[in-house]
Design a protein around this ligand. Structure first.
Ligand code: GLN
Ligand code: ZN
Length: 775
């Protein structure tokens, strides 16, 4: 192995979407047939060049592999699947056609499933691996991309999903024997990666990066200790490849200490640790005398300027561990943060000045890495001015208006156990039954109705100033009238207003709450071409205006049936925003809960009898480290209860959860103490329901019967069958009938057809039950 030293400053990855969402535009034109595959690839090449240029401008060395090539057409886990040729049987075609078939499905082949990447809000495409899935070195893109970058003048560092992480994230392919684990194919993946390494070496690649975050989490099917043992063997084999670049293994998103000794023993040249979420190993616990330690001290998960003094302290401690060499990096890929604060201006001049001094998006974080690396190379005095400035900004922030609101602190402090507790469900249930007068198996939806072109146009017209606020309100009211009339026609029992006024279930609330700032260009990739613009929670949260009351009461004025008030819960608001880090998340959650509690009181006062507080992100924030689960579940449940426990017993509280592995958090779902819990279940054919029942879930449940990710209209019979499955475990008097999730991404034709079938199915089952009981 020719030995080249690792660059002192690097990042683990960079946003892939482009400063102006170039990737999104290129993909959408290609999918719409306006451009060809070669044109698509040409435009992504332009984007890659711009990225490399930007990163070298910002100070990453362009000739020794400091610049990661973390670009992808859609998803980096999908890239690994294609690289390994691990294509499920239902797909055919080649190159770009096959790639997007896997990502988005075709007429005959549903796409790969999407799931959240570790504890982030990014979705990856889940590999499907069975005993017979082909696995080999099947795609030369990585080598080609490196060679093209090199032609343009940059020595980049290819970034790949590590072999253990790849198999640990895969699910067993259809037809695999019961209990079979994709982990048993690790040797095949290693063999394929060995081939890749040989090709990379042949091209002259000096460094390659493999991300192994599976080794820092306890939330996967395989215990972490087992994954670490597998990793040691896998990496020993890869290190022994007949020819290869030098290897960096990264351990982002969590504490890498448990995995570090195994990775170091394998003999890879460099290991990265997330030193914000995790810590340095104890001196003497691991021999770093021939390994480069890449210290992730600049946080790639948030938007806050780095406390450089803290980073310096960590780096000095790392120097004391005396690794063979030390480098500075981010904790993880910067794909989770927006590009550049320079693209933002906030209306309020004081807030604008403050936020610009407090924030660091991707480009600013690269700058911080480069500064710290200078300290490492030239001595800490060389960056004393930058460190002092960061400290000064942080100190000043503590005094800034709105960061601490004493009355909010007092009222949160006063939220005691009583404020978080309702009377027992056994007392609430009869009161609610009497108040609401619903049939058995009540039908409802999760909240949103299709977001039509006319809603999007109304929003765009308002933003562009083509209509005023009153005209906008009237257009949204028109939509609400339509949605209410439609639900009455369909015969649904508990109605919703359809959420047409919400661009996004978190942003909508964040924009109205004090303490949050929205961004204009702060896009972050959610999956493929989809981006979200998380709001920034910079100060104490307070509610100075009603958030949703106007819409719910307007909708209720149109019908005699109950209309559900719709709110987003504290955990989900935090999970899908950029929360502040100067106070614990639990404290921010309680502040949001208090604001929701006030909103709920006002809804109730206005006559709302059913109020739903969505917490779809409850599982997402579950810490990767199992020892932290209990504390997290405790505060997240408490904040939900603080929000919802101020109501009268006859007011019915619903919650909604979806698209995550709920098995681990059933106790917590139970502890939310919601009267009705709607939960995604159709996609997994009600697998969750027996789990809930075994668990002894003692309140009402609405297992989703329609997988809303597909335009497919399930037949009435199919729905009856799903309801019957649920009936086996949930008592009929506590069973609700609803879709898996909100309908905003669906179109009207399939929505109407399915809801019609859903009401018909509920009616049929009700009739069957009634007939049986009179017999
Ligand atoms: N009430 C929201 C909606 O229907 C819930 C969405 C979600 O669970 N992600 O859109
Ligand atoms: Zn949902």
């Amino acid at each position: 192995m020719s030995s080249s030293t690792f660059p002192t400053a690097t990042i683990l990855g960079y946003p892939r979407i482009g400063r102006n969402r170039e990737l999104k535009r290129a993909l959408e034109s290609f999918w719409a047939g306006r451009t060809t595959a070669p044109q698509l690839l040409a435009s992504t090449d332009v984007l890659r060049r711009q990225t490399f240029e930007r990163l070298s401008e910002l100070g990453l060395n362009s000739s020794i592999g400091a610049i990661p090539d973390s670009s992808t057409l859609y998803d980096h886990v999908l890239d690994a699947t294609v690289l390994l040729g691990a294509i499920p049987q239902r797909f055919s075609g080649d190159a770009v056609e096959l790639y997007f078939a896997l990502a988005r499905g075709t007429q005959d082949a549903p796409p790969l499933e999407m799931t959240k990447w570790f504890d982030t809000n990014y979705h990856y495409l889940v590999p499907e691996i069975g005993p017979d899935t082909p696995i080999g070195y099947a795609d030369t893109s990585v080598v080609n991309r490196w060679a093209s970058a090199s032609d343009w003048g940059w020595v980049t560092r290819p970034v790949l999903v590590g072999p253990v992480t790849y198999v640990a994230l895969a699910k067993a392919a259809e037809g695999a024997p019961e209990g079979w684990s994709p982990l048993s194919r690790i040797d095949d993946v290693v063999a394929a990666y060995q081939d890749l390494l040989i090709h990379l070496a042949g091209a002259g690649v000096p460094w390659v990066q493999f991300d192994e975050p599976a080794l820092v989490t306890d939330n996967l099917a395989t215990p972490r200790s087992e994954l670490i043992a597998v990793a040691e063997e896998a990496w020993k084999k890869l290190v022994a490849a007949p020819a290869r670049p030098e290897i960096l293994v990264t351990l982002p998103y969590g504490d890498g200490r448990a995995a570090l000794p195994a990775i170091v023993r394998s003999g890879v040249e460099a290991v990265q640790l997330d030193l914000v979420r995790g810590e340095l190993p104890d001196p003497g616990s691991v021999d770093l005398s021939s390994t480069t330690l890449v210290a992730g001290v600049v946080d790639g998960r948030n938007v806050w300027r780095t406390d450089l003094a803290r980073a310096e302290r960590v780096l000095r401690a790392a120097q004391d561990l005396a690794p063979a060499s030390l480098a500075v990096a981010t904790t993880n890929s910067l794909q989770h943060v927006p590009h550049d604060t320079a693209l933002e201006t906030w209306e309020d001049p004081e807030l604008d000045a403050n936020l610009h001094s407090w924030l660091a998006f991707a480009d600013q974080k690269v700058g911080e890495v480069v500064t710290l690396a200078r300290g490492l190379e030239q001595g800490w005095d060389a960056i004393a001015r930058e460190v002092a400035e960061a400290t000064l900004v942080l100190d000043k922030r503590k005094q800034a208006a709105g960061v601490v609101l004493p009355e909010v602190r007092d009222r949160v402090g006063a939220l005691d156990d009583a404020a978080r507790t309702r009377v027992p469900f056994s007392e609430r249930e009869p009161l609610q039954t009497a108040a609401l007068g619903l049939p058995s198996l009540p039908t409802t939806t999760i909240g949103s109705f299709p977001q039509t072109a006319s809603i999007r146009k109304a929003r765009a017209d308002l933003v562009a100033g083509r209509i005023n606020h009153a005209e906008y309100t009237e257009r949204i009211r028109e939509e609400v009238r339509h949605v209410i009339a439609l639900q009455e026609d369909l015969g649904l029992d508990v109605l919703v207003h359809g959420e047409p006024e919400r661009n996004d279930m978190v942003q909508y609330f964040a924009e109205q709450l004090d303490g949050f700032a929205a961004t204009r260009n702060g896009w972050v990739q959610s999956y493929g071409s989809r981006c979200t613009r998380p709001s920034i929670q910079w100060g104490d949260v307070a509610r100075s205006i009603p958030l949703s009351v106007e819409w719910t009461t307007f909708a209720q004025s149109l019908t005699d049936k109950p209309v559900k008030g719709m709110l987003t819960g504290p955990v989900t608001i935090l999970a899908w925003s950029f929360p502040r880090i100067d106070i614990p998340l639990s404290e921010s959650a309680d502040q949001i809960a208090l604001a929701l509690r006030e909103e709920i009181a006002e809804l109730e006062e206005a006559g709302t009898a059913v109020i739903q507080v969505d917490e779809p992100a409850l599982r997402e924030l579950l810490p990767l480290d199992a020892t932290k689960h209990a504390a997290y579940l405790d505060w997240s449940v408490s904040s939900f209860r603080a929000a919802t426990s101020g109501v009268r017993p006859e007011t019915q509280i619903h919650t909604h959860l979806c698209y995550s592995e709920f098995g681990q958090i059933l106790d917590a779902i139970d502890a939310l103490d919601a009267d009705v819990t709607s939960i995604e279940a159709a996609r997994s054919r009600m697998e969750l329901i027996p789990e809930l029942a075994v668990h002894g879930f003692g309140r009402a449940v609405g297992p989703g019967v329609w997988d809303i990710h597909s335009p497919r209209v399930p037949s009435t019979d199919e729905l009856i069958e799903l309801i019957s499955l649920a009936e086996n475990t949930v008592p009929t008097n506590r069973l609700w009938i609803n879709p898996d999730c909100g309908l905003k991404t669906r179109d009207y034709p399939e929505t109407l057809a399915t809801l019609e079938n859903l009401v018909a199915a509920a009616t049929a089952v009700r009739n069957r039950i009634a007939a049986a009981s009179t017999r």
